[in-house]
Design a protein around this ligand. Sequence first.
Ligand code: SAM
Ligand code: SF4
Length: 328
Amino acid sequence: MNQVDYLRISLIDRCNFRCQYCMPEGAELDYILRQQLLTNEELLTLIQAVFIPVGFTRFRLTGGEPLLRPGVVDLVQAIASLPQSQDLSMTTNGFLLAGMAQELYSAGLRRINISLDSLEPEIFDQIIGNRGRARWQKVWDGIQAAYQVGFDPLKLNVVVIPGVNDHEVMDLAALTIERQWHVRFIEFMPIGNAQMFSDQGWVPSAELRQRIRARWGLTESQVRGSGPADVFQIPGAKGTLGFISQMSECFCDRCNRMRLSADGWLRPCLLNESNQIDLKTALRAGTDPAELRSQVIQLLALKPEINFKQRESGTTGAYSRTMSQIGG
Ligand code: SAM
Ligand code: SF4
């Protein structure tokens, strides 16, 4: 059985973007009330007294937009300084990154994923919900700042949507040739905007690889990450290309992660909403950490059964929470 040692932690369900595929403008989202968010102290208690003792050693901070979380730098510092925390990373939209990259790095963050779905400011603006074209430049500046500060690996996440940004795949892939940036193409999933999914569809990773291979050639990278991405490289390129193919392939058997929502629900599988545990309520009720550990251990044992596998893969509207709420 796969070792489950990786926890994705959503710090906040709110966001300063409205990506059409994630939380489209007009979607009715029930935001978590501030008092329902896990506090920094509660989160650290759960990490130290529950997750680390049961074997989690790798943590990713996500959201919503994690850089909107008050006290995020302090939290990074606290988690990074735990001796058992072997790996701490963050997924961000990069909008606030230019001003925060140095503090985050100094606090101990070394790995960062930045979402960048387009190199064209106008298209980028449409994707993120018409928030002003200057946003592309701010995200780009954030990426440059993170690169200069020394984040390594620096990954760029691209959700490929037919008719929206699929014509940019080659330009995005080309970013890896001269720079040590790692571009990861993610298959669009029917979470967040079922309408867009059924209107636009999705592009299988194999098709993207074929296009890139025809232009430059493509070799399987020697560096295989521990996550779901299949990693390749344009021959001679400094960076790599990752493909996350949750629509065209089932990688549940190598799933190594669980997710903690900003209001403290532990979710064993991205796509299956059953068997979640409400750790925050238990913690606030004074439940002994030993009891919480035993609940998490039971969930770990159940996980292979709960994993979504091929169940109704590709159905639309099947999930009641969006990626921004789950911490995709
Ligand atoms: N706000 C941060 C960001 O955008 O990087 C972190 C949270 S966001 C929910 C995490 C990742 O989920 C992003 O890379 C985003 O592109 C991806 N995502 C959101 N909705 C998706 C969908 N329907 N299909 C595939 N990926 C999605
Ligand atoms: Fe916000 Fe990230 Fe979702 Fe875009 S993908 S709306 S940046 S949480």
